[in-house]
Design a binder for this molecule. Structure first.
Ligand code: ZN
Length: 365
């Protein structure tokens, strides 16, 4: 009886034990299958990207912002040299102003450019940095971030004048150190262009978004006003249009009446172009005929077309030539910026910033 009883006991425990082992085995087989088939991933330790930078505060908190500007070294990808260079934020801004605006422009225009370039860079950084080179805060390719000129390239370009030019640009940057353009608490998208042709453009007429501070405004003092006449023979026009837009179906038989401009924005920029059998937005004709801006008219001659173009660039935000003209007519950089960026305030003035533990500001004289 006792022996039978103990055998019963063994069976009573053995069966559930085997069942548990079977379940564990099935789970193990399932996990192996999951890993092999890729449905489960084994965590992999990834090497930390070097160097890293701390994203800027997303809203403008001046104390955080001062700290960011004063302490940040940012990784800048030099696309000409193909390497990452770590530098002070304001040193980077000196290189941007030197590359983006002629150094001979009036000092107040250079200051306006410094604030616009700083604002543009900071917004880019706080939105995650350069999109082409993820390891960089910004890159030096103007079609991605902003153009930049290094000290050594300043020497190549400006020779003996390099030191003097550097000091001129550094003066514009350091006399506005920390200052950025803000609209209702947000760092603005401080777009700028070489020359508006007399009036800047609403952002939504060129890009997707209508931004309240990027409104078309008069730009009365463009100095120098950029114009361009582009002559194209009918043969060239047929070839270029067919290459870019085969659906337009232009030929030597119909080319004389193939280009017309049915819609023009109030600024004078072309809204739509009829091109043979299709219609395209005005700015898309720019690359087809290397037009410097979308502010153009077209003249038909006996042998081809002449595009009469005013301005240079997209036309949104600050016109650099217009800024130079305003400066020569006595405007300060603050007046220039507030003219081209509707409703903005200028914040972050580090030259007059107080240490955060100072309880009260001394009123300025
Ligand atoms: Zn970039």
């Amino acid at each position: 009886m006792d022996r039978e009883h103990s055998a019963d006991n063994r069976n009573r425990f053995l069966l559930p034990l085997m069942a548990v082992l079977l379940v564990l085995l099935l789970i193990l087989l399932f996990m192996i299958w999951s890993v092999l088939s890729g449905t489960m991933q084994i965590p992999v330790l990834e090497a930390e990207p070097t160097p890293t930078f701390t994203p800027a505060p997303t809203r403008v908190n001046l104390a955080e912002y001062y700290h960011f500007i004063e302490t940040q070294q940012i990784p800048v990808y030099d696309h000409r040299e193909g390497r990452l260079i770590v530098m002070d934020f304001e040193t980077y801004i000196i290189g941007v102003v030197g590359a983006e605006m002629p150094v001979g422009y009036a000092p107040e225009a250079l200051k306006a450019q410094a604030v616009a370039a700083r604002t543009y860079a900071l917004r880019k950084i706080l939105r995650g940095g350069c999109q082409t080179y993820p390891e960089a805060a910004v890159c030096t390719n103007s079609s991605c971030c902003q153009a930049f000129i290094s000290d050594s390239r300043m020497e190549e370009r400006w020779k003996d004048a390099a030191g003097m030019n550097y000091n001129t640009i550094a003066e514009a940057v350091m006399s506005t150190v920390g200052e950025v353009l803000v609209y209702h608490g947000e760092i603005v998208d401080a777009m700028f262009h070489a020359c508006s042709g007399g009036r800047t453009e609403n952002s939504e007429n060129v890009y997707a978004n209508a931004l309240p501070y990027l409104r078309g405004v008069e730009s009365p003092y463009e100095d120098p006003m950029r114009t361009q006449d582009v002559e194209v023979s009918f043969e060239e026009a047929v070839e270029k249009i067919n290459t870019a837009y085969p659906d337009a179906k232009v030929s030597m038989d119909n080319i004389r009446s193939a280009i017309s401009l049915p819609e023009i924005f109030p600024s004078g920029r072309v809204k739509t172009v009829r091109l043979g059998e299709i219609e395209i937005v005005g700015k898309k004709l720019r690359p087809v005929f290397d037009l410097q801006s979308a502010m153009f008219t077209v003249e038909t001659t006996d042998t081809g077309f002449i595009f009469h173009v005013k301005g240079y660039g997209h036309g949104v935000g600050m016109s650099q030539n217009g800024a130079n003209g305003m400066a020569k007519h006595g405007s300060t950089y603050q007046e220039i910026l507030k003219h081209y960026y509707t409703g903005v305030t200028i914040e972050g003035d580090l030259n007059h910033a107080l240490p955060s533990d100072s309880p009260a500001a001394t009123p300025e004289a």
